[in-house]
Design a protein around this ligand. Sequence first.
Ligand SMILES: [Zn+2]
Length: 217
Amino acid sequence: MLTVKQYVNNPYTSNTFILEEDNGADVYLIDAGFTCSIKELIGSDKKIKGVFLTHAHYDHIHGINEVMNAFPDCEIYCSEGTKQGLYNEKFNLSFYHEEPIILKNGNVTVVGNDKSVTLFKTCYLKIVETPGHNSGSLSFIVSNYFFTGDSYIPNIPVVTKLKGGNKDANLKSLALIFNSCHVDTIVCPGHGVTYKGTALELAIVTDAKQYQIPVNV
Ligand SMILES: [Zn+2]
C-alpha cells in the first residue's frame, strides 16, 4: 500500500513528500527542499529512485545534489523550465541566499502534461502542467493525492510576481486543479498542511482575490 509522508523543511517551511510502499526499499520524493541528512529524511534502509520537482525555486530543490550524491541512479523528473532553473542560480533564486544551488550531476527527464510515470507495481504518477507561480510549475497526482507545489496552497494567495510568474496562467491552472479535485482528494501543497477537499468547495474560487476560503481539513 502507498504511504505518503510529509517532511517540513527547516528553515524554508517548504514540504518534501516521501512516497513509499509497505516493506519496499524504494522511495520517491516530491520536491527536495530539505536541509537535513538523507538518512533523517528517508531512513537508512531506503533508496531514492526518483525525485519529482514541482518547480525550481531554491526552497524546493535545496537537497537535490545530496540526493544525486547518495543515489547517482536517481531520476529527476521536471519541466523544461525547471530543468533550466536547476542550472541557473538566479532563476532558482538561490543566488539571493547564502548558498547558491546548481545541479552538479543528475539524470533529468523532462516531462509534461498527461505523462505518467510508474512508481510501484500498481501505482503511477500523473503529471499536470500548472504554470503561473512559475513558468515550469508542475503538479502531480498519485492515487487520491494531489501534489500542487506552490501552484495551489489552500487559503494562501498564489505568488505570481516572481520571475517566471504569470497571474493569468495561474488562474487557468487553479481552475484545472479544482476540476481535478474530488471528495477524496488530499491536496498536498508546497508549504503548509495537507487538506482533504471537495470539488464543490474548491470550485467556489473563481477570482484571484477570493482564494482565502475555508477548505475541509
Ligand atoms: Zn516557489
